[in-house]
Design a binder for this molecule. Structure first.
Ligand code: DC
Length: 218
């Protein structure tokens, strides 16, 4: 039987990752960052010197890639990604990855490749999955959808406090304006503005909206 999916979408640094981990921990479900999949592929194009400006060579390259998922025993840690047997995890925050990822994420061949693997994960797990199109495209039928947002100033501050120096606003622009699966509020999603909320408050707000047997006591 297919697992259940909680979809958490939103722009960069809106709190998706921390909130998704917190919700996954509260429920004992499996955490998945779909952004890590896009970053792993972006890292592969840098590693293999595949130009993100050449869709044809990228399509030929991705058709022969082997992406292996290593599941951690702790479900809230999610999966590590091996691309052609090489661990992508240490490279996911590289500056070249941050500048390439939105370009490759706009390509339908890349999205199809990743979506198939994201959907396969739901065959064996209850998932809390975060990204940009989880509620709109990857799992449009799930009844549990959230869209997190925060002011651009707060998001830029959060990213800086994580030590990241990537251009959040430029990535947001590319992610929101692309033709395929743009960042959008999925129909039926509960929107949470996290600007003035603590992490715990956002997790609690999300949990309160979920009517799941795991959360009923007595
Ligand atoms: O969440 P993140 O910052 O790690 O995501 C990295 C990039 O991947 C982001 O700029 C857009 C892309 N992405 C996407 O297009 N669709 C998703 N479901 C997740 C991420």
């Amino acid at each position: 039987m297919a697992g259940r999916v909680i979809a958490i979408d939103g722009p960069a640094a809106s709190g998706k990752s921390s909130v998704s981990r917190g919700v996954a921990a509260a429920l004992g479900w499996f955490f998945v960052s779909s952004g890590h999949f896009y970053r792993a592929i972006a890292w592969g194009t840098v590693r293999d010197q595949i130009s993100s400006n050449s869709p044809d060579s990228l399509i030929a390259w991705i058709a022969t890639r082997k992406l292996t998922l290593l599941e951690d025993e702790d479900p809230t840690k999610g999966v590590s990604l091996l691309l052609d047997g090489e661990n992508a995890s240490p490279h996911l925050s590289d500056s070249q990855v941050a500048t390439t990822v939105s370009v490759i994420a706009a390509m339908p061949a890349v999205r199809d490749f990743i979506n198939a693997r994201l959907r396969a994960l739901s065959e064996n797990h209850d998932l809390v999955m975060e990204g940009r199109d989880i509620g709109s495209v990857v799992f449009p039928l799930t009844p549990w959808k959230f869209y997190l947002d925060a002011s651009p100033e707060v998001r830029a501050r959060r990213r800086a406090s994580e030590g990241a120096i990537d251009t959040v606003s430029e990535r947001d622009r590319l992610d929101s304006t692309r033709a395929t699966a743009p960042l959008t509020v999925p129909p039926g999603a509960i929107v949470i503005d996290t600007t003035h909320l603590t992490l715990d408050q956002v997790i609690q707000t999300a949990l309160e909206h979920l009517h799941l047997p795991e959360l009923t006591t007595g």
